[in-house]
Design a protein around this ligand. Structure first.
Ligand code: ZN
Length: 327
């Protein structure tokens, strides 16, 4: 079966109908395309994300079932990766961005020459251990997440992409690669990309990303390719409002607006389908966004309801949430 024939089949068949590339193991390729999205569970990206998480965020239980020798080698891999990645952000550091992009396209046991030697050495040394002791469990969780996400995207993906484009006044990304993983850096998901193209990493094992939350994460994450802090959608409007009022926005205001937008649009799409859904924003009010709540629920909600213009809403939100000016 080829890729084109996939779209004609029910989603259950989608998970098994993509042919693996030459040299790849068949079980490595549960890649599914739904409209503008391609979702995959890739062992190299999963290994990289696991090591990155342990190197930068917190300790992780080593893969179960490793021998004493295997555990020693695994601990060394984590140490070596910690030395390699340092404190570099996988979103802002070009080399880490390129590594994740290249691993996402790797479907063989050999890594491409574009992977820097220091990373390649660790990944290639750790892969046999990961394959033997952990990959099956990670891949099972990822495939299940994908199996849940596909019908959500099939039903509501395009409707929501268009709704986001309308709210932001720019097209929603059209080429979205989603690597489904067991770890998604410190927040359980992140995205790199710009304009039409987005590469998201979404952790299948993080509670917030599961169930109907998968749909919101699949809208929130690619939004990062078009929304920015001082440029792109929201960012450039905040910059304008800031120049006009002389007020500096709180550093996370743009992200709170992004959260609010995907939360509210997903809530509406699910409500139209008979689902009462508690969006991410409810939790975010308890995790740092409390001070934005009133302004967002008043002015951004008015904008989403078509009562005021985007510029007007953003200006009012800025005025009500900006920190006091220093004398
Ligand atoms: Zn975000």
């Amino acid at each position: 079966m080829n890729r084109k024939s996939c779209s004609a089949f029910a989603f259950a068949a989608l998970l098994i109908c993509l042919a693996p590339a030459a040299g790849a193991r068949a079980q490595d390729r549960p890649s599914v395309t739904v409209g503008r999205y391609r979702l995959q569970s890739n062992p190299w990206v999963n290994l990289h994300q696991r090591l990155l998480y342990e190197a930068q965020v917190e300790p992780v239980k080593p893969p179960a079932g490793l021998s004493a020798d295997g555990l020693t080698k695994w601990a060394k891999a984590v140490e070596d990766y910690r030395a390699y990645v340092g404190r570099h952000s996988p979103i802002l550091n070009d080399e880490l961005v390129r590594i994740n992009d290249a691993l996402a396209e790797t479907n063989t046991d050999k890594l491409p020459a574009s992977i820097p030697a220091a990373a390649k050495q660790v990944l290639e040394a750790a892969m046999p251990l990961y394959r033997a002791a952990q990959w099956e469990e990670d891949d099972r969780a990822n495939r299940f997440w994908i199996a849940v996400a596909v019908p959500l995207l099939t039903s509501a993906g395009e409707e929501l992409a268009e709704a986001h484009a309308k709210v932001y006044g720019v097209p929603f990304p059209t080429k979205i690669l989603v690597d489904v993983t067991s770890f998604g850096w410190q927040f359980g998901a992140y995205t790199v990309g710009e304009g039409a193209s987005a590469h998201s990493v979404i952790a299948s094992t993080v509670k917030g990303n599961q169930g109907f939350g998968a749909l919101e994460s699949l809208m929130h994450e690619p939004s990062h390719a078009i929304v920015g802090s001082r440029e792109g959608a929201i960012g450039s409007e905040l910059k304008r409002a800031s120049a006009e009022t002389g007020l500096r926005p709180e550093a996370s205001l743009w992200h709170a607006i992004l959260f609010y937008t995907s939360s509210e649009l997903t809530r509406r799409a699910l409500a139209r389908r008979g689902v009462e859904y508690e969006p991410f924003m409810v939790g975010m009010y308890k995790r740092g966004f409390a001070d934005f709540r009133q302004a967002l629920e008043t002015h951004w909600q008015d904008y989403l309801d078509g009562k005021v213009s985007r510029d007007e809403a953003i200006k009012q939100i800025l005025i009500e949430t900006a920190p006091p000016r220093k004398k």
